[in-house]
Design a protein around this ligand. Structure first.
Ligand SMILES: [Zn+2]
Length: 310
């Protein structure tokens, strides 16, 4: 008689000589299927966990690599920032020296630091030390670079201002009478004297320098020709205006004039030749310096060296 239920055929190992047939009930079969499904589900879970773990491990590895790369970048930025800081400090040193040379007021440390705050404090650094090395270094470098940028911006501003001031000083220097107007022997100084032509004790408002006729005569400062030609007892004369009309130089008794009215001249430029025109007893140059319209001793406006100063 045939039994109801499921029948399975099991093939045994070699040591068993027989093939056995086992019958199980439907309930048992259902239970076994459930068990099998649970097993498969468990395997999937294990596989998934393993895959996740491996993935995470690779992720950590990648993060470490990224960290190392970031650290290298931070170190590079730090080195770059140090180099730039040194250059800015050299500029500050140059500006300080230049200001001293030109008699300009020095920028105080307080002013240099004004609005330049942001240097990491001790507390910042302690707090930063609690962070990971990359972040700590990055924060420090960031602060340093921000500080450097503000410092450089201020430096740019003060240096530009100083450059303008120095240019202005150079312009004033170049326009201030300061060289000999010609080469020769002083025959009459500034002040009272017996006039060689009229024989009276009158004030000599300039300096007489005698030499051979046609000795070169130079502009003693940068300026503009106000007059070039005959002028009363000066004979052939040149009047130059300097320093926005605050100063004037006069060159009298010339033989020949090589400039024209309104012409701009540079210090050391040839403007004419020595002569004996006007109220004069021999070839010489009468040289006058006037400051704000008042005659002054020209010797006070000639540097000890006869070098042409620019
Ligand atoms: Zn004179």
């Amino acid at each position: 008689m045939k039994k109801s239920g499921w029948s399975f055929l099991f093939i045994t190992a070699k040591s068993f000589s027989r093939v056995r047939q086992v019958s199980i009930s439907g309930f048992m079969m259902g239970f076994m299927m459930l068990f099998l499904l649970a097993g498969i589900f468990g395997l999937i879970r294990i596989f998934w966990f393993t895959a996740s773990f491996c993935g995470a491990k690779f992720g950590v590895y990648d993060a470490r690599k990224d960290n190392e790369a970031l650290l290298l970048k931070v170190k590079f930025l730090s080195k770059y920032s140090d180099k730039e800081t040194q250059q800015v400090n050299e500029l500050i040193s140059f500006e300080d020296k230049t200001r001293l040379q030109y008699g300009l007021s020095r920028i105080s440390k307080d002013v240099r630091m004004a609005g330049v705050g942001g240097i990491p404090t001790k507390e910042d650094l302690i707090l930063a030390s609690l962070l990971d090395p990359v972040l700590m270094n990055a924060e420090t470098v960031k602060e340093n670079i921000q500080f450097l940028i503000r410092k450089a911006e201020l430096q740019d501003s003060t240096l530009s201002r100083m450059t303008e001031q120095v240019a202005s000083i150079h312009k004033i220097w170049a326009s201030r009478p300061s060289i000999w107007p010609t080469i020769g022997r002083i025959t009459s100084g500034f002040g009272f004297r017996i006039h060689p032509v009229i024989g009276e004790n009158i004030f000599h408002e300039g300096l007489d320098i005698a030499n051979k006729p046609m000795t070169l005569v130079y502009a003693t400062a940068n300026g503009v020709v106000e007059h070039a030609g005959p002028k009363d007892y000066y004979g052939n004369a040149i009047f130059l205006k300097h320093l926005d009309n605050q100063a004037e130089t006069i060159y009298g008794h010339l033989n020949k004039i090589t400039v024209k009215n309104g012409q701009h001249v540079k210090r050391g430029e040839i403007i004419g030749y020595m002569g004996n025109t006007g109220r004069s007893t021999g070839p010489h140059l009468h040289y006058e310096v006037r400051i704000l319209g008042k005659c002054v001793n020209p010797l006070s406006y000639i540097l000890p060296s006869d070098a042409i100063i620019d």
